[in-house]
Every structure is written in C-alpha cells, then in structure tokens.
Design a protein around this ligand. Structure first.
Ligand code: ZN
Length: 367
C-alpha cells in the first residue's frame, strides 16, 4: 500500500485571495502532493487547506506553506471570529494509509524544527505533544495571539521549537499529529432544529445538562439536575453518591471513566461543584455533534465530527441516531460524508452493514 498522509493547515487569512492563492500555490508546487480543498472564511478571517500525499512531500509542502504564511500574514493586524495564535495557526499531520501515528508525530517534529529555524515559536500538540498539558489544542492556544507574549515568557510554555521570544508578525505555530477527523451528517425528516439538537446532545461525548421529570420525548424540557452539598448524581446512570470522592469511585467502578477528567474538560473546578449542573454523559466518546437546519435540503441535520473512527465508527452513530429519532417519532432520511474518509472507515462500515443484513459475516467483503 502506498503511504498517504493528510495535512490540514489553517492560515490566519480568509479575505485576501492573493495571499491565500500564494500559500496554496506553494503546496501545489510540491511534487506528489494533491491539493484537495481550499476553504476561506471571511468572518473567521481564516482559511483551511486540505492536501494529501506521501510523507516526505507532505512535510515539505507544509513547511513551504508555513514559510509563505510568515512572509505574507501580519498577525499584529489580524482580526477574526475564530481563536488563533499564529499565521499558520494549526497544522496537523494525519495518517490515512500505510503510515502510523508515530510516523505522523515524526513529520510534525520535522516540520516544527524547520519552522522553528525560521525564528517562529512552535508548539507541538495532540499525539505530538511533549507534555500532557500541551495535548489539547484549545489549551495550547488559550490566551490567543494577544496573550502570546506573556505565555512565551512562562517557563512551562517554552516552545518546543524556535525562540521563546515573541515574534509579533508570525505569532506561534501549533503543529501536531492527530487521528483522521470524519465530518458526517445525518438528516432528519423534519425542519425543526430542536430535534437535531436534542439528538446531537444525546450522542456527543460532551453530553449535556442532566435533567429529570419531563424528559421524554424532548430531554431539554426536563428540570436541570444540580450538585448539592451532599448530593452527587452520576451523569451516566441514576446513582446518587454522598460525596465527590464517592461519585468518582462509582464512576470508575461502574462506568470505567474518570470523573475528574470529565469535569476538567467541562472547565469545572473539582472542589466547588455545589449548585452547578450535573452533566449527563453522551452515548459515544470521540463524537462532537450539533444540530442545525440545512435550507438547501429543507431538513434538520445532526452535524457530526468523528474524531476517532476506530473507536466510534460512523455506522454506530447512524444506528443510534435512528433509535433516538424513532423515540421522538421521526425518521432519519439519509446521511452524508463531507470531504474524504480513509478506506478503512468505509470498509468497516461496509462490513457492519453486511452483517446487519444477515449475510454470513465476511461473506461479501472477505479480504
Ligand atoms: Zn453511574
């Protein structure tokens, strides 16, 4: 199998087409690279570029694009609605075929070193992170460009590559390796956004405020459950513990989950939860989802990001969406992939469908 890596750098320019075109041209000029998409956003003042190719070509293209961004984008004058920190704001390397995550970490390190040599501070994130506190992109980018000078001055935020001094023009680049992100949308036989929201919140990892009482068919109509001084309801079942520590023990033993990490991700201070809403767990991990209405289809849609299809595949989420829709008296009318997906993801969903339609396992897709 030939080796294929995807790279999805985001650049802090979404309006000036001359700048955007010049960055895309740098990528296209690298032999072996295929430019898949250039997606500028005027409101965000940010452009997402997607390209694929063999590892050496992809890292070369990313470095050239990062260098061009530094030459053409002045962060000291950048404004937009999306969180950002640098001219090439974020640059993930993603394994698609014939490469491992470790291979992509090595590409991120090489790209980081080369960008750092240009005098630009670089942080590595996700699988390439050099410490747990740098894994999460949002944490690395917290404070954004405006807070970068003071961030760089803190010893714990010394960049992984490049100078620890502030580069006002380029900001800092965040480079890393992550799993393939599949954008997958499920359509509902309604134009009412509330159905799509309600199902999205049930499916997604983040979950939603836990409620009681009038929760069927619309969960959001129930009363919000809050933590009390000696009342600690579980977000995954109906158990109520007497203390935070007792709840943590239950959450670990009964659900194999980490309570502190769960609420840290929601920005809760673990010691002071009294009076704050309990979060009900979503049905899946590695799923982000929101509802919206697609005017073109005249359908409410559950817009989903699958951040690790090896843990939570599209077909599992589709089946759950069908169940949740049926509970609310409506139907799923179809679903769509946005962009590209790895072959393995398609194959697994095909295998699942094959089994579900009662053929002997593997009979049609045996490899
Ligand atoms: Zn529980």
């Amino acid at each position: 199998m030939s080796k294929l890596v995807e790279c999805v750098p985001n650049f802090s320019e979404g309006r000036d087409t001359a700048v955007i075109d010049s960055i895309a041209a740098e990528i296209e000029a690298v032999r072996g690279v295929t430019l898949l998409d250039v997606d500028p956003g005027a409101d965000t003042n940010r452009t997402v570029i997607t390209f694929v190719g063999p590892p050496e070509a992809v890292v070369e293209a990313a470095c050239r694009a990062g260098k061009r961004a530094a030459a053409t984008i002045d962060m000291s004058r950048h404004h937009g609605s999306h969180a950002r920190m640098g001219a090439m704001d974020v640059c993930p390397f993603v394994p698609v075929a014939g490469v491992t995550m470790d291979d992509c970490v090595a590409l991120a390190q090489e790209c980081g070193r080369r960008i750092g040599d240009l005098g630009i501070p670089v942080y590595l994130y996700e699988h390439a992170a050099t410490s747990p506190s740098r894994k999460n992109l949002a944490a690395v980018r917290a404070g954004e460009y405006e807070g970068l000078a003071s961030k760089l001055a803190q010893p714990e935020w010394k960049p992984d590559f490049g100078p620890a001094g502030h580069n006002p023009r380029s900001g800092a680049y965040v480079i890393g390796a992550r799993e393939f992100l599949i954008a997958y949308n499920v359509n509902l036989a309604t134009t009412d956004k509330r159905y799509a929201d309600d199902i999205a919140y049930t499916l997604r990892e983040r979950g939603r405020h836990k409620r009681s009482g009038n929760v069927v068919p619309f969960y959001y109509k129930g009363d919000v459950v809050v933590f009390g001084e000696d009342r600690f309801p579980c977000g995954a079942c109906e158990h109520v513990a007497k203390s935070w520590d007792a709840l943590a023990a239950h959450y670990r033993d009964a659900h194999d989950k980490d309570l502190a990490a769960r609420y840290a991700a929601l920005d809760y201070p673990a010691e002071a939860v009294a009076g704050r809403p309990v979060y009900a767990d979503g049905r899946f991990s590695h799923v982000k989802a929101v509802g919206w209405v697609v005017d073109k289809y005249r359908r409410a849609q559950i817009s989903i990001n699958l951040t690790d299809f090896k843990v939570t595949p599209a077909h599992a989420v589709l089946e759950a969406a069908r169940d949740e829709a049926a509970l609310r008296g409506i139907a799923v009318t179809g679903s769509e992939i946005v962009g590209v997906v790895p072959f393995d993801a398609m194959l697994e969903s095909g295998r699942y469908t094959c089994v579900a339609c009662a053929s002997p396992p593997g009979s049609r897709l045996a490899t």
